[in-house]
Design a protein around this ligand. Structure first.
Ligand SMILES: Cc1cc2nc3c(=O)[nH]c(=O)nc-3n(C[C@H](O)[C@H](O)[C@H](O)COP(=O)(O)OP(=O)(O)OC[C@H]3O[C@@H](n4cnc5c(N)ncnc54)[C@H](O)[C@@H]3O)c2cc1C
Length: 303
């Protein structure tokens, strides 16, 4: 792999911002992570396709990130290129009951837009941070309702093969998962919502938001739920029963109001977070015999 070769091919290309040895901390909600060899922000389709070609030519692995709200990046960083989407992917269009959004649009912005247009369907996404691309890729939402249910179609970039369009009904949607190929980049999503009234949508959103605010730390450095729910009893409930809230390693601790979240106190390392996760996992295993599976996505831990 030649990071230098890739950097030379990409630096100065219109529509691309390219940084070498870029810290991953600002790219993740935890604000944790060492450097990525390359960080590329693509502001348009052509620039993005060019970047992926150059990375393939130079054998540099890549990963696409939204706002990193479900990512734990390693202290050693990532040996490859982190790709982010910019301007051209930050537009929304509303036509009747349909909302089309670029993958870089913030999910809370789309949720607010649906409220102001009196469209129902995104209530399960209220209060979830991140981008539309990240939300569709992880099928964000609650345990029983998720964004995939509203997806009419998705446009992706298939590296080396151009654009592809999938109908929402062709895609399988499950709990925090969808069947879109992992090597494709979501560019744009069209949602099919339901006409409603502002009062009805606002009431449901406020109800969900109040529950979320009571449990989730606001304005703290934390990523989404650490472990997947293993069954009807949530990971949070199992962890809660193990009395782990407040348990601390280095600069990381289990959130006092939500036992399935870990908070970075400002100086946590990825190693601190992984150690806290290990203790959480082992406590649940010992008490309930349940093998919790991480929901947080690890970046740069391979090898
Ligand atoms: C406080 C808090 C609460 C949360 N609560 C919830 C919740 O209730 N429900 C829930 O579902 N999530 C929750 N999350 C997790 C997170 O917000 C969602 O998973 C969010 O949708 C991720 O969006 P992102 O842009 O940050 O994606 P990232 O975290 O950056 O990426 C997530 C995944 O999506 C992929 N991805 C990102 N963009 C693209 C793209 N354009 N094309 C293809 N793949 C892409 C990445 O490669 C990665 O695999 C919470 C997070 C926080 C911090």
């Amino acid at each position: 792999m030649s990071v230098t070769g890739a950097y030379r091919s990409l630096a100065g290309v219109e529509g691309l911002e390219v940084t070498r040895d870029a810290s991953l901390a600002p790219c993740t909600a935890y604000r944790i992570g060492g450097p990525a060899d390359l960080l590329v922000c693509a502001h348009g389709y052509r620039a993005l396709a060019h970047a992926l070609r150059a990375l393939a030519d130079e054998g540099v692995p890549w990963v696409v990130l939204g706002r990193g709200s479900s990512i734990l990046a390693s202290d050693e960083g990532y040996r490859g290129c982190v790709v982010r989407l910019g301007q051209e992917f930050s537009r929304t269009l509303v036509e009747g009951d349909r909302m089309t959004a670029g993958a870089a649009v913030m999910l809370p912005q789309l949720v607010n837009e649906s409220l102001s247009r009196e469209l129902a369907g995104l209530e399960s996404c209220v209060g979830i941070p991140g981008t539309v691309g990240g939300a569709v890729s992880t099928n964000a939402g609650s345990r029983h309702d998720w964004v995939g249910r509203r997806v009419r179609d998705v446009v992706t970039l298939r590296p080396g093969r151009g654009m592809s369009r999938y109908a929402g009904s062709e895609i399988e949607w499950g709990y925090r998962w969808c069947s879109l190929p992992p090597d494709e980049i979501i560019l744009e999503v069209t949602l099919e919502l339901t006409r409603s009234s502002k009062d009805v949508v606002a009431t449901e959103m406020n109800r969900r938001l109040a529950r979320r605010r009571a449990a989730q730390p606001m304005r703290r450095l934390c990523c989404g739920p650490v472990f997947r729910d293993p069954g009807e009893r949530s990971a949070g409930a199992l962890l809660d029963a193990c009395d782990l809230k407040g348990m601390r390693v280095g600069g990381a601790h289990v959130c006092e109001t939500h036992a399935n979240l870990i908070v970075n106190e400002g100086h946590a390392t990825a190693r601190d977070v992984v150690t806290v996760m290990g203790r959480m996992h082992d406590a649940v295993q010992a008490r309930f015999g349940v093998d919790l599976v991480p929901e947080v996505k690890f970046l740069g831990f391979e090898g």
